[in-house]
Design a protein around this ligand. Structure first.
Ligand code: TRP
Length: 461
């Protein structure tokens, strides 16, 4: 957390919205340069604003290879509009062919919110999964599980714990001596959540994208770092050009990679490992491969930086054949937080700031009527100076949730700024759409109620 001062605490409702600083400080990539076909409205409108390695997933999709999507929900409190953004993104990835896994973070909720496993289960099913069904996730292609009943998740978390320490947790999360140990374990369980879909049992090696709010980025930084630390092969840009592969000899692979207990290398073993590397690269089709076991490197002069991911996938497969975990660092995307009804942050612990997905249309209408407005205090002033859609909750909610038509939204935006549309009229536009949206949600929730159990994986029944 320390560098540059900005801190992201995944368990606080008080998040920074200084997105450009977040991008810079934590090394996220901006979405500006990303090319997507059929982007969703959250992508088109810049609401999904940053990512890590999204290109890896989009490349897989574009070349018809498998990819997965994983996200998680913390079962505490009610599901509100803000939570639906992740599901919008999951749906989008699902429509692009991704398989979907959803973690119910019941262990985390117990550790950090004091919600019992039983209660967590009820909340997950009645509040979240039923809304996911209504929002249109496909139960056939979605797998929901509970942290508490999927041993591999906890095992992976435990095993990878070997590669981190309290100092790292202090710097990422700000944990200190009085941090409860269950809370300390929660991030490791989340590491297990994020990485386990890559295991053979859960779909095998493939890129996995994790769409989340930016508050969850600390977990992704941790997970990506841990995955990279387990890799047996390093892949780097060559000094001048090309790509260079080296070995990462560690306690649990030394023998397999040919290092003897006395530290000397077993030549035969080493040569066979290097032959294996070369044959991976031959599969990709490089003509010029310079293998130098003595030096511990393989050079591919003709490869570019952009080839590294293909090389990595091949070498991760090879690592798995040799007995390693072969873990690929997860990709991620981040969305802006929707503003709360009061103009401040949206938070389920402050009901006045948000609309819950279970709210009735009367209550939704009332809430929008009372919402913070970007209009001027009198009609005369508004006509003269215009309103500000950037802080107007009604406009923002149309943009984030209720209005699909970009052109319409743009004209409303312009007409608000020019003073042509009044604040009350803006609210009415929002209410009309919100009412329709919620009526549809309510209908779908009842008609898809029977689907809730179809979302559940075998180990969560
Ligand atoms: N920590 C997340 C939250 O507070 C829930 C979660 C658990 C999660 N495991 C995950 C999110 C894996 C993304 C990926 O909401």
């Amino acid at each position: 957390m320390a560098e540059g001062g900005l801190k992201i605490d995944p368990w606080s409702s008080n998040q920074s919205t200084d997105y450009s600083r977040i991008i810079e400080q934590f090394g996220l990539s901006s979405m500006d340069m990303v090319k997507m076909s059929n982007p969703s409205k959250l992508h088109r409108r810049g609401i999904v604003f940053a990512h890590r390695d999204l290109d890896v997933v989009l490349d897989a999709k574009n070349s018809g290879e498998k990819f997965g999507v994983l996200t998680g929900l913390m079962p505490s409190g009610k599901m509100h509009l803000g939570h639906s953004m992740v599901i919008e993104q999951v749906k989008w990835f699902q429509s692009q062919g991704g398989d979907v896994t959803i973690a119910v973070a019941d262990l985390e909720s117990q550790a950090t919110r004091g919600v019992s496993l039983q209660k967590g289960r009820e909340i997950a099913l009645n509040e979240y999964i039923s809304n996911y069904a209504a929002l249109g996730l496909d139960p056939e292609k979605t797998n929901v599980y509970f942290q508490s009943t999927r041993p591999i998740v906890q095992r992976l978390g435990f095993q990878l714990g070997k590669r981190t320490n309290l100092n790292e947790f202090e710097s990422i999360y700000g944990f200190s001596g009085d941090t409860n140990l269950a809370h300390l374990q929660a991030p490791m369980v989340q590491v297990g959540d994020i990485l386990h879909p890559q295991t053979e049992e859960y779909g095998g090696l493939r890129p996995i994208v994790v769409p989340v709010g930016v508050d969850q980025d600390p977990h992704l930084r941790l997970t990506r770092g841990l995955a990279a630390k387990t890799n047996w092969f390093n892949i780097n840009d060559g000094r001048k050009s090309g790509v260079v592969i080296g070995l990462s000899i560690q306690e649990d692979n030394a023998e397999i990679l040919g290092q003897q207990p006395n530290g000397r290398m077993d030549k035969q073993r080493l040569n066979s490992i290097f032959d294996g590397i070369v044959s991976c690269l031959n599969d990709i089709g490089y003509s010029d491969i310079i293998s130098n076991p003595k030096n511990g490197t393989v050079n591919i002069p003709g490869a570019t930086s952009g080839d590294k991911i293909r090389i990595r996938m091949k070498l991760l497969e090879y690592e798995r054949q040799l007995g390693g975990m072969g873990l690929l660092a997860p990709s991620s995307t981040y969305h802006h937080f929707a503003v709360g009804l009061t103009g401040d942050k949206m938070s389920s612990s402050k009901p006045k700031t948000t609309i819950f997905l279970g709210d009735g249309v009367d209550s939704v209408t009332k809430k929008i009527k009372r919402a913070y407005s970007g209009g001027q205090s009198t009609v005369e002033e508004h006509r003269r100076l215009g309103g500000n859609p950037d802080v107007d909750v009604a406009y923002q909610y149309m943009m984030y949730f209720f209005e699909d038509d970009d052109d319409f939204l743009q004209s409303v935006n312009a007409d608000y700024r020019s003073g042509k549309i009044l604040a009350g009229e803006m609210k009415q536009l929002c209410i009309d759409r919100a009412v329709e949206w919620f009526e549809e949600m309510n209908e779908k929730r009842s008609s898809s109620e029977h689907l809730v159990k179809e979302f559940l994986s075998q180990d969560s029944i």
